[in-house]
Ligand binder design. Structure first.
Ligand SMILES: C[S@@+](CC[C@H](N)C(=O)[O-])C[C@H]1O[C@@H](n2cnc3c(N)ncnc32)[C@H](O)[C@@H]1O
Length: 288
């Protein structure tokens, strides 16, 4: 099961992207923007619990992510969060010690939610509506902490441009922390007995187009699945991800893989079967 759709769910429309679609990164991103604006409906339903968590000084990040970020109190003037959605993870960085947070996302409806969360919590945060590939140059060199992941990379159709953006946003002594779904996750799902089985996903196929969302994540929206906007996602291979980061000039500190089910998409896997497959990974890096 992927964050986008459940292979066992025959109501989802899924097809390979056509060669024309694949050749046009901007067109795929424009389509994704509309689809994510529609999916923001689900995040709106999580607003009150986000307010309560942030007001209470809490964090929506995994302990694993907090360990990767480390102690930033008094050391992080600005944290930039790419693909910030409704801002809950971004404001968690504030609670963890960032003096100021900047969240970037291309969905206006997600950013409305993030603004409401700021108003409700009084957090020192600002929100920038932009494609990740076009983050304004005014933010260059200002991220003491640059954080992204949790279902972000799969939506991007040009990793080299993305990696170059990461490098230019980092302050000279800034750190990059990525915690993301592992591409191998797309290859496996639970069978009826809760054991791992192969899905039909092709690791090397590139983007696929889909309508409808995994029931464990966005689920059904008020717009029926078949009337939602087409969206384009792909499992970038670990080789492609690491190579893009290295080629950008970033200095990688660590690349690590985990069995952590980061979006609870594999709850139907038997406990004794868990822990055998990589479901998430992290990268930490400096500007180099
Ligand atoms: C799964 S969410 C990221 C995880 C997020 N921290 C959360 O709370 O769930 C994906 C986000 O990426 C945004 N997004 C996707 N492609 C993007 C792009 N090219 N530029 C900017 N934002 C993008 C979507 O609007 C959405 O808010």
């Amino acid at each position: 099961m992927t964050i986008i759709h459940d292979p066992g769910d025959d109501t989802a429309d899924v097809r390979p992207a056509t060669p024309e679609e694949m050749a046009d990164v901007r067109r795929m991103h424009t389509s994704n923007r509309v689809a994510w604006d529609q999916a923001a409906e689900r995040y709106e339903g999580w607003f009150e619990e986000s307010v309560a968590q942030i007001r209470a000084g809490g964090s929506s990040l995994f302990p694993l992510e907090e360990a990767l970020i480390g102690d930033i109190r008094g050391r992080c003037r600005r944290a930039i969060h790419l693909q910030c959605a409704g801002g809950r993870d971004s404001l968690s960085l504030w609670n963890l010690g960032a003096a100021e947070v900047v969240g970037i996302d291309f969905s206006p409806r997600m950013l409305d939610l993030a603004r409401r969360l700021t108003e409700a919590t009084g957090a020192p945060a600002s929100w920038v509506e932009s494609d990740v590939l076009d983050v304004p140059h005014t933010l260059d060199g200002t991220a003491d902490l640059l954080y992204t992941g949790r279902g972000s990379l799969m939506w991007l159709q040009d990793l080299d441009v993305w990696a170059a953006v990461l490098r230019r946003l980092l302050a000279p002594s800034g750190r990059l922390v990525i915690f993301e779904g592992h591409p191998a996750e797309w290859l496996f799902d639970a069978d009826e007995d809760g054991r791992w089985m192969l899905t039909g996903y092709d690791y090397f196929a590139g983007p696929e187009a889909s309508r409808g969302w995994a029931r464990a994540y966005i689920d059904r929206l008020s717009i029926p699945d078949g009337e939602q906007h087409w969206k384009f996602a792909r499992a970038w291979t670990m080789g492609e991800i690491v190579t893009a980061l290295v080629r950008s000039g970033l200095r990688l500190e660590e690349v690590a893989e985990y069995p952590v089910d980061w979006w609870a998409g594999h709850r139907d896997v038997r406990p004794e079967e868990r822990g055998r497959l990589p479901l998430s990974f992290s990268v930490t890096a400096t500007r180099g």
